[in-house]
Design a protein around this ligand. Structure first.
Ligand SMILES: Nc1ncnc2c1ncn2[C@@H]1O[C@H](COP(=O)(O)OP(=O)(O)OP(=O)(O)O)[C@@H](O)[C@H]1O
Ligand SMILES: [Mg+2]
Length: 217
């Protein structure tokens, strides 16, 4: 469970806070969409919840433990083992093949051999089993995004945070990504929170939260 309490975010040189006291409870197994206008602070909030950025005020709790009290190693472990990240621009490494990209989080955790067959399984799930040895530059945009999701899944994380995972895709590829999320949520109970601009995709979530004027409504 993740609990977000009274999160405020103020950027230097920006007089108005972007986030003005956000409260949110994310239960295990939740499937949440986060929507709001461009510039409303969706990415900012997602980064704070997912440990990638610090709030100016307020607290984030993972299973009742305040993130502020996590040591560097604990944060590192949380990110590496329990969190999968999917970004709008996928940040695949161009010099690594598909399977090597998927195994990157496993490499960081010294679990490459342990995870290899699972990685192949995921590659199949995302429909890329025949493209194991391709480089990202040899894949379509939709395939690259599926690969990024496969990478986010390889450590079998408890949480997945996705910032506009379908933002650069056509509706068919977007739907494939959303179906994948749904499947992982249903079959593994993975908690998923994703940002989207697409109303249809937002409606697929079990819960929808809207950012407006720095608050959740
Ligand atoms: N590093 C930064 N320094 C100063 N201002 C920032 C910084 N990052 C974001 N902002 C500002 O904070 C506000 C929220 O940005 P954020 O990226 O969270 O919006 P968003 O809802 O994700 O928008 P979009 O839908 O366009 O991705 C914007 O006004 C942005 O200009
Ligand atoms: Mg954004």
């Amino acid at each position: 469970m993740i609990e977000v309490k009274n999160i405020v975010k103020i950027f230097p040189n920006t007089p108005v806070p972007v986030l003005k006291g956000i409260n949110l409870k994310i239960e295990d197994g939740d499937f949440i969409s986060l929507v709001g206008k461009s510039g409303s602070g969706k990415s900012t909030l997602l980064y704070i919840i997912s440990t990638l950025d610090h709030p100016s005020g307020g607290e984030v709790f993972y299973d009742t433990k305040n993130l502020n009290t996590f040591s560097r190693e604990e944060i590192y472990r949380l990110r590496n083992h329990n969190i999968g990240f999917v970004f709008q621009f996928h940040y695949l490494l161009t010099e690594l093949t598909a399977i090597e990209n998927i195994l990157l989080p496993a490499r960081k955790a010294n679990e490459v051999e342990k995870r290899r067959s699972f990685a192949m399984e995921i590659l199949k799930t995302v429909g890329l089993e025949s493209k194991e040895h391709r480089y990202p530059g040899e894949l379509s945009g939709g395939e690259q995004q599926r690969l990024a999701i496969a990478r986010a899944l390889v450590m079998d994380p408890k949480y997945i945070f996705a910032d506009e995972p379908t933002g650069n895709l056509d509706s068919a590829n977007g739907k494939i990504i959303m179906d994948l999320f749904k499947k992982v949520n249903q079959e593994k109970g993975t908690t998923i929170i994703y940002v989207t601009h697409d109303n249809d995709f937002a409606a697929l979530a079990k819960k929808k939260v809207v950012l407006l004027d720095g608050k959740l409504v």
